[in-house]
Design a protein around this ligand. Structure first.
Ligand code: ASP
Ligand code: MG
Length: 464
């Protein structure tokens, strides 16, 4: 079997964790599988790199220097604990030269007092460039042949949209096969940095935060892998956030469409584009707990499990409703277009929309951090008041989304949902259902979020 395995930052965090993670690789290699490994940076390293870049930009070079030293120590210490023999020397040298390159990049930012999206991507790339050699060192110390590569070296080519680059899949497929197949065929395990890639000019790009999941599926699609295993420190995707609902359960099977719907609603399970790479080839993604590997985890595949109509409840906090209304909106499509193009041109993402059938108002949900900007932009755009008279916000709300392919064409799901919420004494401010019928979403005041999620979670017996 050909398996792409990805290890998140938690599973790369220090010698003990890397030792454990590398054993999971060794186990499958010894069973005769072809394994391609994708690694994240150690926990918090990406955040720290961004912090260092910011410090450099504003001239606080002392902070930068001490952070670099700390980062070097953290990686060298780990190398010394997990590598033995000749490979230790090699990995130490690699870490030192990578750190010195990072130092130069940050010094450049410090001197120029300028941090472009392109330089920010370069600086962010160092977390994975430091962690991949450690995984390689661990594997080699256990007698497994391995090599470490950056996403770009592995053949992932993206556009030049720094910070949120997208793979050019046709090109990537050819390049990844060309680079990795000979390595795999020679019985060597490629250890590829997650999250980072390069554009067609060879400049380093990143796939967006949490992008290592996406790296794994991009490689799997390119290599026609049999399965993608995303190792986490939880048993799989849960029916609800366990911090909110302690008796939330692991979901055994989810469809690609259900996962995308959940990711879209901010359930922080996977990078939102993870499934898009493997969907056409129908390669299953399996989320597994590295500390409980015999648990089957969550399987993400094409075909939904229809035994449960509702699979999961996602909740997003830190959002606000913007209400726009006025008789001038009725029957004038251009007004609606103006509302959304005003928001779009200010880079404001609209999470949810609802319009009453009288057409006299539109309510939108935006992230709380965009609220001020959105209100200002809309008030400016419609300042003469003939089209839209009222523009106001309900600042502290939460969106709750009920997701499941089994809801399609079923009567009574909405009734059951809203009855449960009403019985919990929670007031609903806004409702929307996508015409895909894959989800019903509604908005409540943030203080009522937990109560509403609890009510719906137990109404659909997701705790059973
Ligand atoms: N290290 C990157 C991040 O923290 C990518 C990842 O962890 O998947 O966003
Ligand atoms: Mg991470």
């Amino acid at each position: 079997m050909r398996i792409v395995m990805k290890f998140g930052g938690n599973l790369m965090d220090g010698a003990e964790r890397i030792d454990h993670s590398s054993n999971l690789v060794v186990d499958r290699v010894k069973k005769g599988d072809e394994v391609i490994v994708v690694v994240s940076a150690m926990s918090n390293v990406t955040d720290e790199l961004i912090y260092m870049a910011e410090c450099a930009r504003i001239g606080e070079i002392e902070k930068v220097r001490s952070k670099i030293e700390e980062l070097e120590r953290r990686h060298i210490d780990t190398a010394r604990k997990i590598c033995s023999g000749e490979i230790l020397n090699e990995i130490e040298q690699k870490i030192k030269s990578t750190i010195s390159l990072l130092d130069q990049c940050l010094t450049g930012v410090f001197l120029l007092r300028e941090l472009t999206p392109r330089s920010k991507d370069l600086i962010q790339s160092f977390g994975e460039r430091l962690s991949a050699p450690l995984m390689r060192g661990a594997l080699i110390s256990k007698g497994i042949k391995a090599i470490d590569l950056t996403g770009g070296e592995a053949g992932i080519i993206t556009d030049s949209n720094y910070g949120n680059a997208r793979p050019l899949m046709n090109l990537t497929e050819i390049m990844v096969r060309e680079k990795l197949l000979p390595i795999i065929k020679a019985g060597v395990v490629p250890v590829v940095t997650g999250f980072i890639a390069q554009d067609s000019n060879g400049v380093i790009t990143t796939l967006g935060r949490g992008g290592s999941d996406y790296t794994a599926t991009i490689l799997a699609a390119s290599l026609d892998a049999d399965e993608v295993w995303l190792w986490k420190d939880v048993d799989g995707i849960m029916t609800a956030d366990p911090k909110l609902i302690p008796n939330a359960k692991t979901i055994p099977i989810l469809s690609y469409a259900e996962v995308m719907e959940m990711a879209y609603f901010g359930a922080k399970v996977l990078h939102p584009l993870t499934v898009t790479a493997v969907q056409d080839k129908r390669i299953p993604i399996i989320i597994k707990n590295a500390f409980n590997p015999s648990n089957p985890g969550t399987i993400i595949r094409e075909k939904p499990d229809m035994s449960k109509k509702v699979k999961a409840i996602a909740a997003i906090k830190d959002v606000s409703i913007i209400y726009t209304g006025g008789a001038g909106m009725i029957g004038i499509p251009s007004v609606v277009a103006r509302v959304f193009s005003t928001l779009a041109s200010n880079n404001i993402n609209v999470i949810m929309i609802s319009q009453s059938s009288s057409q006299a108002n539109i309510s939108m949900v935006v992230s709380k951090s965009d609220l001020e900007k959105a209100l200002k932009a809309l008030k400016l755009e419609f300042r003469n008041g003939d089209m839209i008279k009222d523009i106001y916000a309900i600042p502290n709300v939460a969106v709750i989304a009920i997701v499941g392919e089994g809801m399609r064409g079923m009567k009574g799901i909405a009734a059951k949902t809203f009855t449960a919420v009403a019985e919990a004494g929670v007031n609903i401010l806004m409702i929307a259902q996508g015409s895909s019928e894959l989800n019903i979403s509604f908005v409540v005041e943030e203080k009522d979020m937990k109560k509403a999620v609890e009510a719906v979670h137990s109404a659909f017996e997701l705790d059973k």
